[in-house]
Design a protein. Structure first.
Length: 131
């Protein structure tokens, strides 16, 4: 159950960030939309591989050692929840900053797509563990 919940949460957060990036790029009237999109997607591969996969692997290791009925929110450690709080706060601050949204779309697309890519590991682990 925790593997499914963790994968779903990561996918939901990733979709939300990608959708925000999409809205900003759609409203952008310049000629660099493809450049911003490509940069964000390239960044997502780097963030996924060198950042989020380590977090997912730590979470998977902890989840697989848990007892029968763990708390639903124990798919992440308390330290990870603090990191999420900092990231959400930074995201809100950036959204309300003077930074042009087309530049922010690169960051949001990069992190959002990396979350979606990394969630596949939860779902793959769920599939191979229970089926």
């Amino acid at each position: 159950m925790l593997l499914l919940f963790a994968g779903a949460m990561w996918i939901a957060a990733g979709i939300m960030l990608c959708f925000m990036a999409y809205k900003w790029l759609k409203a952008y009237e310049g000629n660099n939309t493809l450049l911003f999109t490509g940069t964000g997607l390239t960044g997502s591969l780097i963030i996924h591989h060198f950042g989020f996969l380590r977090v997912v692997d730590k979470n998977l290791g902890r989840i697989m050692q848990m007892e029968e009925k763990p708390c639903l929110f124990s798919f992440m450690s308390w330290k990870s929840y603090l990191i999420v709080l900092v990231m959400v706060s930074a995201g809100i601050a950036l959204r309300h900053s003077q930074i042009p949204k087309e530049y922010l779309s690169v960051l949001y697309l990069g992190i959002g797509a990396a979350l979606i890519l990394s969630s596949i590991r939860y779902l793959r682990h769920l599939y191979f563990h229970y089926y």
